[in-house]
Design a protein around this ligand. Structure first.
Ligand SMILES: [Zn+2]
Length: 589
């Protein structure tokens, strides 16, 4: 939509420090600037802005991006608007080159938006007149004020009620695209939602993107959601998040419940910081969105088997997103209750103290794992550690991971050091006091790739020295490394001051963006000997590749090898870390 060269010019011209400073006060700290993170609440600053590489990164919540990304996140703007905003700051004009496809999509979205709004107004007016609906909401203890706050409505009985407000009902494409009608096999069109309380679903900007409908009486299904549409993707959205924003800031907490009725009932009782997933299990996008807004996230589930399974799933997707200083907990309600009935029967204080007493994620993990193993036997205790390891390894928060390993060691009746050893916990190597600084040399796969990424963003010209023959799918992260090499190759002359911001633009939200930020962060400052680190990493990749090749020859058996393969094998056995005869191209490394 916006030409690449314009974006590059813009990113070259704006200074991210100036951009960020418009919105929050920055303090110089060494090479970088720091601030309290605007994307999560914190007391000490973990948000850092790099003027040398033109990106920001928060150590607390993991938020990262270039100047465009900052304006998008901070101002809640779309990409194009953020580009326009930045262009305005530096006196550039964004060329309008919308493709016909983009124009069409924008029109469709606008059409859908209008359609949803018309439907919402219709459902609201039906609620005012609909005796059964009002009686139902009253029976749930909901006032008109709360109904208005959530724009609740009523879809009346009858097959084509929406025809009253949509004159083109039989033919409207927007009605169909919005998921409000269904075209039957006999060619007759009818309303998807009938005799239901309607809960409009809003996105982060407050735009209505879908509906949830709860049946009045005993109809099936009890809850019905809009299908996925151009506007509505269930795994990304949370019911009530838009309405909850002020309460979340005030309480510093979010409670995730399972149904929209729970959200509304809790709000009715003064608990405005509840949100609900929309008939899907918790996704990483959900957790990411929520942890950006709070440090204290509590999932409320039913206490039954299904609830514990859902909680386990929420725990698993939360692990890679945890940060020290964030609290994720699980609240299991008594079997006879959901949050709606609980708060109606026992009141706000009882619910809030249950939330405060939620089981911390770490404890939930340990308890569930212990329940699966026979802790009286050594084998059972070993099984506990075996099952815990992949989970603990996903946690990027070092303090939490450490405390968990200690707790697991206690339960398994072994020393913490043994658990650390078993989980192969790496200790960071302090920078050597030598002449030039070196990045952390480490011995396992992700770190070699991380080291190469750091070298390439510190000195992009090194990409030309890298031999692609060294890339092997068996090395974790080799895919992102190849992406970065391709990107640098396609951006001739790009330097270390621009490469990170450019990657963040091209690969926004993808693993490469995050890994490049982490790599650049690890190498912030000056005076690194990138060439030495680069050569070290290439040698390590070569050694691994040679080891794999030897193992392959050995598995095949000496007798089955061709003369050339025998020669290569002999050379490998003699000098395991050198380039092979067959691959003399590697020798230049
Ligand atoms: Zn943050």
């Amino acid at each position: 939509m916006i030409p690449d060269d314009f974006k590059q010019q813009l990113l070259n011209r704006v200074d991210i420090v100036e951009v960020v400073e418009r919105y929050l006060p920055l303090r110089k700290a060494g090479q970088n600037y720091v601030a309290r993170c605007p994307f999560h609440s914190e007391k000490s600053p973990s948000f850092s802005v790099s003027p040398a590489k033109q990106f920001y990164h928060c150590f607390g919540c993991g938020a990262h991006g270039n100047a465009i990304g900052f304006v998008m996140e901070h101002q809640g703007m779309g990409y194009v608007d953020a580009v326009k905003e930045l262009a305005g700051m530096v006196g550039m004009t964004v060329p309008d080159v919308r493709s016909p496809e983009t124009v069409r999509r924008a029109e469709v979205a606008a059409d859908l938006g209008t359609t949803m709004l018309t439907a919402t107004r219709f459902y609201k007016s039906e609620l005012r007149q609909g005796e059964p609906a009002i009686a139902y909401l009253r029976s749930r203890g909901l006032t008109g004020e709360i109904a208005a706050r959530f724009a609740l409505g009523y879809a009346p009985a009858g097959w084509q009620s929406l025809a009253q407000v949509f004159p083109d009902y039989p033919t409207s494409g927007a009605l169909k695209d919005a998921g409000l009608v269904i075209d039957g096999e006999d060619g007759r069109r009818y309303d998807r939602f009938r005799e239901r309380i309607m809960f409009p679903i809003l996105d982060a900007r407050g735009v209505i993107i879908g509906f949830g409908g709860r049946v009045i009486g005993d109809g099936k299904p009890k809850y019905l959601n809009s299908p996925e549409t151009a506007l509505f993707e269930k795994g990304r959205e949370l019911y009530g998040l838009f309405q909850a924003r002020a309460a979340i800031r005030e309480a510093g907490r979010i409670v995730v419940v399972e149904g929209y009725m729970d959200v509304v009932a809790l709000a009715q009782h003064g608990i405005g910081y509840a949100v609900a997933t929309l008939g899907t299990s918790t996704t990483p996008v959900h957790v990411q969105k929520l942890l950006r807004q709070t440090d204290d996230l509590v999932f409320a589930f039913d206490g039954d088997e299904a609830g514990r399974k859902a909680a386990w799933r929420a725990m698993e997707v939360s692990l890679p997103l945890l940060a020290d200083g964030k609290r994720v907990g699980f609240l299991f309600l008594p079997p006879e209750h959901d949050p709606d009935s609980f708060v109606r029967e026992r009141g706000r204080e009882a619910f809030e103290s249950a939330v405060a007493a939620a089981v911390p994620l770490s404890e939930f993990m340990v308890r569930e794992l212990m329940a699966q193993s026979d802790m009286r036997t050594p084998e059972g205790r070993a099984a506990l550690l075996h099952a815990a390891r992949p989970l603990v390894e996903k946690i990027p928060a070092p303090a939490l991971a450490m405390v968990l390993r200690r707790r697991l060691a206690e339960c398994a009746q072994v020393d913490t050091a043994d658990v650390d050893e078993l989980f192969k916990v790496r200790r960071s190597v302090p920078a050597s006091p030598g002449r030039a600084r070196r990045l952390r040399p480490a011995a396992n796969a992700p770190d070699i790739v991380g080291l190469l990424l750091a070298c390439l963003v510190g000195e992009p010209a090194l990409a030309a020295r890298f031999d692609r023959a060294l890339l092997d799918e068996a090395d974790a992260g080799s895919g992102v490394l190849a992406q970065l090499l391709d990107f640098i190759a396609a951006s001739p002359g790009i330097d270390s001051g621009h490469v990170v911001a450019a990657v963040l633009d091209r690969y926004r939200g993808e693993p490469l963006a995050r890994m490049v930020v982490e790599a650049a962060q690890a190498a912030s400052g000056e005076g690194y000997d990138y060439l030495a680190d680069f050569d070290h990493a290439c040698r390590e990749l070569l050694a691994r590749r040679n080891a794999r090749r030897r193992a392959w020859f050995e598995a095949k058996g000496f007798a089955a090898l061709s003369p050339a393969e025998r020669a290569e094998y002999a050379a490998l056995a003699a000098r395991p870390n050198s380039a092979t005869l067959a691959d003399s191209s590697v020798a230049k490394v």
